[in-house]
Design a protein around this ligand. Structure first.
Ligand code: BYC
Length: 472
């Protein structure tokens, strides 16, 4: 594609037409991205017309356009939230200084690492979800999957824009490497662990979009506080799209639970009817919520302390002035810490070193609200079952709790107890085989698989029997 065609094809508010250097970098990267999409993105469906939302601007209310499009023709754009006049760094050691519009040399490596880590998750999730189109429970859900996929693709573009624009040759190399690492690849895996876990079925998908995309929300929000203004503005706009992804998950899990509850109310066993038993759904919730808590990194982290001190990554809603001290000095965080003799003690660590834990706390409070909503819906249906969010110490592979065993309530347990119980807490191979057996595609407009209730409404005020995907 020529530079002129490229400029016309990429919706943007970054002055792409005048930026010849970026255009030339994208001229090389764009075909590589499309190749990757073909090889590693949604398997099949690239020739079908999908009713998709495309970001076309950043204006309030009018940023998105809905229309039928073939996924490879999707217009992956580059958008930054509007600049704030005289914006200042509002946390850390550089408090009060003007924000940076170029990369500060001394923070270059850390900043690049943050951007690459963020960027790497986007194509990773598309790879993880690539087979799901073959077993969608409805056209509505098939469309949701592809909406999420193309927008994760755009989020990759957002990070690649930063790498190409601000990091020169090594930025271009990092942008290429993001198409070379692959989810679950033995030799060249994705950077963060949860992005190498399989998403084989739609229960995984809805739990992933509930919990892992919600990590995305909190990480993007803390990067939106950054003193590196282009990063702050890019991630700010990404959050707009992220909301739909989390909603897809939250509603999806709620709809699976609703279907099981309807059957229970009719005196039927969900498992005998090809629906998902609530206890089984709880195990998937346990798996994806604990995997997503790992994405916050270690609770006691010098990386996090440095990123905060340098003004690169703030706390959730740091800019709203909700924290006592924007420098976070002279304060401690009481971290629950396991000891070798099987106890948990509160250990004070300097607040700056606990920035990942502080962000995780905000995330957990949010997750609890979601679980409560699912429980309210079950109670309203008269079903005596409550979901719960496992304790943050359960099943952790990163941070201070990794290497220890905990039950879902957060009690420390020994290896024998773990071996005895873990199949009641995490999805078993039998669960996976059963869930797989339920996954039969339903592609008739307005029809839904038997294991999931229809949604309350369709996107962009469409009726739920809308033809979201045209196969002809
Ligand atoms: N897996 O000091 P530590 C999203 C590494 S999701 C593997 O404890 P730090 C999305 C860490 O890299 C949001 N490795 O933690 C959702 C470090 O390695 P190096 C993605 C891990 O560095 C759904 C070492 O352990 N965005 O957008 O403070 C669909 C010690 O690390 C993990 C971001 O993550 C792990 N889970 O924090 C699509 C934001 N955790 O450097 C998209 C950018 C830690 O010593 N990233 N390690 O080799 C960050 O802010 C930080 O990198 C992290 C880690 C919060 C992830």
């Amino acid at each position: 594609m020529s530079v002129v065609d490229l400029e016309a094809k990429i919706p943007n508010n970054v002055g792409l037409r005048e930026n010849k250097r970026l255009l030339m970098a994208l001229e090389k990267w764009q075909p590589a991205f499309l190749e990757w999409w073909k090889d590693m993105g949604p398997s099949d469906f690239n020739q079908n017309q999908i009713y998709l939302r495309t970001a076309v601007g950043v204006g309030q209310g009018g940023w998105a356009h809905y229309d039928y499009v073939k996924m490879p023709d999707y217009r992956w754009g580059i958008f930054l939230a509007d600049p704030v006049a005289d914006r200042r760094i509002h946390f850390g050691d550089n408090l009060g200084a003007p924000v940076w519009n170029e990369v500060p040399g001394e923070f270059r490596n850390r900043l690049r690492r943050l951007i690459v880590t963020q960027g790497d998750t986007e194509p990773a999730s598309v790879e993880q979800q690539r087979m799901l189109g073959h077993t969608a429970p409805s056209l509505h859900d098939l469309r949701s999957l592809f909406q999420v996929n193309v927008e994760e693709g755009r989020h990759l573009w957002a990070m690649v824009y930063l790498l190409h624009t601000y990091f020169g040759g090594d930025g271009r190399e990092e942008a290429e490497a993001m198409l070379e690492r692959h989810s679950g690849d033995q030799d060249n895996p994705r950077i963060l662990e949860a992005f190498n876990y399989p998403i084989d079925n739609w229960v995984d998908f809805f739990c992933f979009t509930t919990f892992t995309d919600r990590d995305g929300k909190y990480q993007l929000a803390s990067l939106a506080e950054s003193g590196f203004d282009p990063l702050a503005r890019t991630t700010q706009f990404m959050l707009t799209e992220e909301a739909y992804h989390m909603q897809t998950g939250e509603n999806g899990v709620g709809r699976i639970a609703k279907r099981a509850a309807e059957l229970i109310k009719q005196g039927k066993d969900p498992k005998a009817e090809g629906a998902i038993p609530l206890e089984m759904l709880q195990r998937y919730i346990n798996h994806w919520s604990s995997a997503s808590m790992d994405l916050f990194g270690g609770e006691d982290s010098t990386n996090a302390a440095d990123a905060f001190a340098q003004g690169l990554k703030g706390r959730y809603r740091e800019g709203d002035g909700i924290y006592k001290d924007p420098k976070a000095l002279g304060q401690n965080y009481a971290l629950e810490t396991p000891t070798e003799d099987g106890k948990i003690v509160k250990k004070d660590i300097p607040l700056r070193r606990a920035m990942n834990a502080v962000l995780l706390d905000a995330y957990i409070a949010d997750c609890k609200r979601i679980v409560e909503r699912w429980n309210r819906d079950l109670a309203a249906m008269g079903v005596d079952f409550k979901f719960s969010l496992p304790d943050h110490k359960f099943n952790r592979h990163q941070g201070v709790y990794s290497g220890f065993r905990f039950d879902t309530k957060g009690n420390i347990i020994d290896e024998a107890a773990w071996t005895h119980h873990h199949a009641t807490w995490l999805p078993t191979s039998e669960d996976r085989a059963y869930v797989t057996s339920c996954m039969k595609p339903v592609y008739e407009p307005g029809k839904f698989a038997n294991w999931i209730a229809p949604p309350a409404q369709g996107p962009n005020n469409t009726p739920i029997d809308f033809e979201y995907v045209k196969f002809h």
